[in-house]
Design a binder for this molecule. Structure first.
Ligand code: IPM
Ligand code: MG
Length: 354
């Protein structure tokens, strides 16, 4: 199989972890006789420095022409500490999501037996956790207009907005996922307060009628935040709006033992984007210490979802499991002889080739 892959390393540790992702793709290509062509594009702070635009048109075109996009991370502290900055790297990520129509962000959360005890939650609560969060990615308060400041600068406002069709398509996707799993969908909202959430509920009830085998329940987001930590095993598929999904998936990452482990797929109209859920981790930039497994598992999701190459995806996941079992991992996961980012990448690539 021949595929074009757009590679957008982005900021902070993005380039270092992306290098490991590409190593893994190359190992898969060699082992399974595929041909992958990688083309790099600028995004984020790096793109602002070069072009003034955090998601330049050339990058957009590159993504559209590719069979899949691998994305690293975005964000730079020089912008975080400057609330008056006219352009911000994060706008590049949001522009990418909007322009590529990446409406569904799929974030699976599972525990790894070999990491038992690494999470700050009692291990017996976590054994066998296996759920997936579908986060709506192109609507809600991230994109609603108006957004801004009053003229006197004393008030600021954001708008959360959803159209019926935006809710329909993500809830339908959640039900399809659930049909392949335990057939349970939890819709997370704040319907006791927010009008958008009440729209979500009524649309979800309608969509559920298309899937008579599915059990759907509803949970307020504050309660969901609590239950996710207290009884994470009871969830199967969670579907929620953009900002709730952002917050809950960072919370959920604690369950696995490290934020550096969680992969994600963003399903789009033109192409799909695969990225770890963690950020640009600027403190670690250039130090070769960041955990590349979230990126490598995102590569596995690319093989699964974008290329329908399940054996290849499985080979990657097996190698990752092995690195966890043998404690061949970065310093976020072990104090006992931690390995560097590139050592972990090399090791995984070698296991795939074996
Ligand atoms: C994520 C990130 C982004 C988001 C930031 C970097 C804009 O936190 O992908 O979860 O909020 O969506
Ligand atoms: Mg986030």
């Amino acid at each position: 199989m021949k595929k074009n892959i757009a590679v957008l390393p982005g900021d902070g540790i993005g380039p270092e972890i992306m290098e490991q992702g590409i190593k893994v793709c190359k190992a898969v290509a060699q082992k399974f006789h595929h041909e992958f062509e990688f083309q790099q594009g600028w995004v984020g702070a790096e793109a602002i420095d070069r072009t003034g635009n955090p998601f330049p048109d050339e990058t957009f075109e590159l993504c559209k022409q590719s069979d899949a996009v691998l994305f690293g991370a975005i964000g730079d502290p020089k912008y975080d500490n400057d609330p008056d900055a006219k352009v911000r790297p994060e706008q590049g990520l949001l522009a990418m999501r909007k322009k590529l129509g990446l409406y569904a962000n799929v974030r699976p959360v599972t525990t790894f037996p070999s990491l038992r005890g690494k999470a700050p939650i009692r291990p017996e609560l976590l054994d066998g956790v296996d759920f997936v969060v579908l986060r709506e990615l192109t609507g809600g308060i991230y994109f609603g207009k108006p957004q801004g400041r009053s003229e006197d600068g004393l008030t600021a406002y954001d708008t959360s907005m959803y159209h019926r069709y935006e809710v329909e398509r993500i809830v339908r996707l959640a039900c399809r996922y659930a049909m392949q799993r335990d057939k349970r969908v939890t819709v997370v909202d704040k319907a006791n307060v927010l009008a958008t959430s009440r729209l979500w509920r009524s649309v979800a009830v309608d969509i559920a009628k298309e899937f008579p085998e599915i059990t759907m329940d509803f949970m307020f987001v504050d309660n969901a935040a609590m239950q996710l930590i207290q009884w994470p095993k009871k969830f199967d598929v969670i579907v929620t709006e953009n900002m709730f999904g952002d917050i809950l998936t960072d919370e959920a990452s604690v369950i696995t033992g490290s934020l550096g482990l969680l992969p994600s797929a963003s399903i789009g109209q033109y192409t799909s984007v695969f990225e770890p859920i963690h950020g640009s981790y600027p403190q670690a930039k250039g130090k070769n210490i960041a955990n590349p497994l979230g990126t490598i598992l995102s590569v596995a999701m690319m093989f699964d979802y974008a290329f329908q190459l399940q054996d290849e995806a499985e080979a990657i996941r097996k190698a990752v499991l092995k690195s966890l079992e043998e404690n061949f991992v970065t310093e976020d996961l072990t104090t006992d002889n931690p390995k560097t980012t590139s050592e972990v990448g090399d090791w995984i690539a070698e296991r795939i080739l074996e």
